[in-house]
Design a protein around this ligand. Sequence first.
Ligand code: VG1
Ligand code: CO
Length: 543
Amino acid sequence: MTIQTIETFPITGQKPGTSGLRKKTRVFMEDGYLENFVQSVFNAIDGAKNKTFVVGGDGRYYNKQAIQIILKMAAANGADKIIVGQNGVVSTPAVSHLIRLNKTNGGLILSASHNPGGIDEDFGVKFNGENGGPATENVSDKIYHNTTIINQYRIVNEEDVDLSKIGEQQIGDMIVEIVDPVADYLQLMKKLFDFDCIRALFASGFFLRFDAMHAVTGPYAKAILEGELGAEPGSVMNGVPLEDFGGGHPDPNPVWAKPLVDLMMSGSAPDFGAASDGDGDRNMIVGKGLYVTPSDSLAVLTANAHLVPAYKEGLAGVARSMPTSAACDRVAEKLGFESFETPTGWKFFGSLLDAGKVTLCGEESAGTGSNHVREKDGLWAVLLWLNILGKRKQSVVQILEEHWREFGRNYYSRHDYEAVPVDAANQLMDHVIENLTELPSRRFGTLTVSRADEFSYHDPVDGSVSSHQGIRIYFNGDARAVLRLSGTGTEGATVRLYLEQYVPSANIFNLSTTEVLKPVREAVLELAKFSSYLGRTRADVIS
Ligand code: VG1
Ligand code: CO
């Protein structure tokens, strides 16, 4: 085995404080770009010598080539063993599980999640630590620092590994173990859920449609839903992972999963519709004629998880990202456990999960998860819903109606303004931040501001503080608007506007979400001067 040490230059593009890198695929294909990031990761954890890692990706364009590079670099850096999913395809939650199950030193995930794939689209890589979750802020900061000073990386000059062949191969002294990406994950799901109950549900004539969006969950959904649980063959649509996801954005929301949502709103709707994203960590849930917002889904799961074997003792607590609606807080309050509000991103949940403070977590962007892994998990959420439906023997609509009758309803919507010039987006945010202290008691349309701040999070476990995590504006009458800039886009800036209005025990079919949210939308558009900074008030994607 010949180890080469290649001279290189620092790379740009990683956002400080993030455990990963997301860029155009062609940038990743430039000489040394991926290599510099991977070497920076190894350097950040005191090297790879005698360590074991998991490597897998969502199957997008450049996945396989990137894996070969990582394997050769791991060998050159002295790693003992790398566990790789067959053909290099492993969902993010399954990587998290493999890291934990095999007690490895972490894992590298190749994905740009919900961003489109292809040579002219996006690629990404992120590092997860030994708890299976996104690297801690400390490690992320080191990775970032390393990318700015790197001057060499190590790689071996060896043949490619055959990623299609299950079993052990070797690069020099390093073992490469190719595993079935679904098998261990399936075993975990069997432990958590009552598969007989879900089987009985399908046997009773219950129909489901799962849209894998040509992304990583296809093989998992087919094996588990159709294979193990007896859903009709064909229940999984777009089940073959494609390098460009069939040209779409593998983002499970009413815009990008429109065909599924249209089917669910039609006369021939099956009983249950669900979709997952590029790397399989998110989920969208749709009932017959009813789109379930991710915030409501988290609240319903929080209220019903005890019906399922894994959570029968009840929950330690629940956590939601700040922009997620307060619906789950109401459930936690009633059931008598704590609820936490964290910044966007899964790493903050990891610390609460590790400390046993929460059992379930979720984000408004359709990420839901629990203490079974340290990532959000799309298929897990679908199975949890199915198990609850099987137990309660009610439809999604009935369950939501009962939920809202009991807890009231948090009407909710997210409006994304995409590919905005970076300067314009920053000016809009800065303008609101500069005026925050003057906002309370000011009136915008029919609403009066009661409180406004910039969200800052104090981690109750490790005491770390994360500031500037988005703007919260509360209005009298239980309304809230949140403004933040996306950290995952690769073109210009994306301004995310999150709208919420609580209505006690609302009759769900009498009020439209657009109507209910109109006052808060108009108030925040005026207050943040959307038309002057962005030249428009219409959002590109509403979910
Ligand atoms: C988006 C979502 C956020 C999620 C993040 C990563 O981030 O809004 O809730 O945690 O994607 O999800 P942002 O910064 O663009 O709003 V994924 O599926 O890429 O792992
Ligand atoms: Co994802």
